[in-house]
Design a protein around this ligand. Structure first.
Ligand SMILES: Cc1cc2nc3c(=O)[nH]c(=O)nc-3n(C[C@H](O)[C@H](O)[C@H](O)COP(=O)(O)OP(=O)(O)OC[C@H]3O[C@@H](n4cnc5c(N)ncnc54)[C@H](O)[C@@H]3O)c2cc1C
Length: 360
């Protein structure tokens, strides 16, 4: 770490202002703690790196969803290659403007009193928990929150990193036919992931994800899927926007640690809470951010067990479903051993819409 003139002592530093970080910052600041949060993007939530679907249940838990909803989703259709689509009725949710959602969360953190520094990243973290920002300042928190996504610098500093990722590519296209469900494309060629077409009013997010060593195939595979949907008259040829990003798919990792005397908590994608099968991580980011905020309030109020309880609560909430998802993912990937490929039954077993996924 470069030499610095002074170190600012604060109660809490939050790295990353996605939903997990913004809610943790808001929750801690609400209790009057001195919270400083860093987000390296110049504008919170932009560029959007998300397919923007959230399940209906979440709507009841955070008022923010309604304000940013673009379209309601009523069902899901799963297209297993070579088979007619299977409809999952009553798969409800919201298609949201993710950039507006993230911006709202940051506004809430600010309103609670958190100092949110946008366009400033954390460049380095020392073994004793001192952070250096990209503009050369240093901070020593009593508690450090890593809410900095799948390739978390905080997780790396405390030795708890996501090791398995899916790489994604997504385009936004115009929808030429109305769609009020999420379409899922399960194909052996899309190794370790799936394709999606999620409607958002007169547009749709069309994307897919694959294991990292198939990254070079993302572009041709997406081009092919886009071409098929154009031939069916469903979407425009014109591409309005490109995005992508990594999704952690290895399941939950250790979310509590220490750097010197600094307590460290991971939340959201940094803690590996995203479900490895659908790649959905917004609900877990929201819940873990709220729980992290509550844990900080407890710890600073003199309840040392509050941090350990955070870990237990995350395990209670997510471990079972994440373990099943990881198991199904490993089974699906093992189908490629020795030059094999998953057949329709194996693809079904690897997707949440099918009974086989939920079977023992
Ligand atoms: C293409 C794609 C599609 C997806 N679609 C969906 C979907 O439809 N539904 C769903 O539920 N989930 C989806 N996900 C997953 C979802 O986006 C994540 O699970 C969710 O954003 C996790 O929230 P978070 O707050 O943990 O992390 P993030 O939202 O990733 O926020 C982390 C923040 O940390 C910042 N950061 C990173 N490093 C630093 C640093 N060193 N210093 C300062 N700031 C830093 C980043 O800029 C980022 O803003 C998708 C993911 C991808 C990539």
């Amino acid at each position: 770490m470069a030499a610095v003139s002074s170190i600012e002592d604060v109660d809490v530093v939050v790295v990353g202002l996605g939903p997990a970080g913004a809610l943790a910052a808001a929750g801690a600041a609400e209790a009057g703690l001195n919270v400083v949060a860093f987000e390296r993007k110049k504008t919170p939530g932009q560029p959007v790196q998300c397919a923007e679907f959230v399940p209906a249940m979440l709507h009841h838990e955070t008022a923010h969803i309604k304000a940013v909803t673009q379209q309601l989703i009523s069902h899901m259709r799963s297209f297993v290659e070579g088979q007619p689509p299977d409809d999952t009725a009553d798969f409800r949710g919201h298609m949201i403007d993710r950039d507006r959602f993230d911006a709202q969360m940051v506004a809430q953190a600010r309103a609670m009193g958190a100092r949110c520094e946008i366009g400033i990243g954390v460049a380095a973290i020392s073994a004793d928990g001192i952070l250096q920002t990209t503009d050369g300042r240093c901070f020593r928190p009593r508690v450090l929150i890593g809410a900095d996504g799948p390739r978390s610098i905080v997780g790396r500093a405390m030795g708890s990193r996501n090791t398995e990722l899916v790489e994604t590519r997504q385009i936004t296209v115009a929808l030429l036919q109305p769609l009020n469900g999420t379409d899922i494309f399960l194909r052996a060629d899309i190794v370790g992931g799936y394709g999606w077409l999620f409607p958002k009013g007169s547009f749709a997010n069309l994307g897919l994800g694959v294991v990292p060593n198939e990254r070079d195939r993302l572009k041709p595979l997406l081009h092919q899927l886009h071409g098929e949907l154009q031939e069916q008259g469903r979407v425009s040829a014109e591409i309005i926007q490109h995005t992508g990003g990594a999704i952690p798919v290895g399941g939950m990792i250790k979310c509590l640690g220490k750097l010197g005397t600094v307590e460290v908590l991971l939340a959201g994608d940094a803690a590996g809470l995203t479900n490895p099968i659908p790649g959905a991580g917004i609900p877990a980011a929201i819940h873990s951010g709220m729980l992290a905020g509550a844990a900080l309030r407890g710890w600073f109020a003199g309840a040392p067990e509050a941090l350990a309880e955070y870990e237990v609560e995350l395990e209670d909430l997510y471990q079972t479903s994440l373990e099943r998802a990881c198991r199904r993912r490993a089974e699906m990937l093992s189908q490629y051993d020795h030059g094999g490929r998953p057949d329709a039954a194996a693809l079904r077993r690897s997707w949440i819409a099918y009974d086989a996924y939920w079977a023992a």
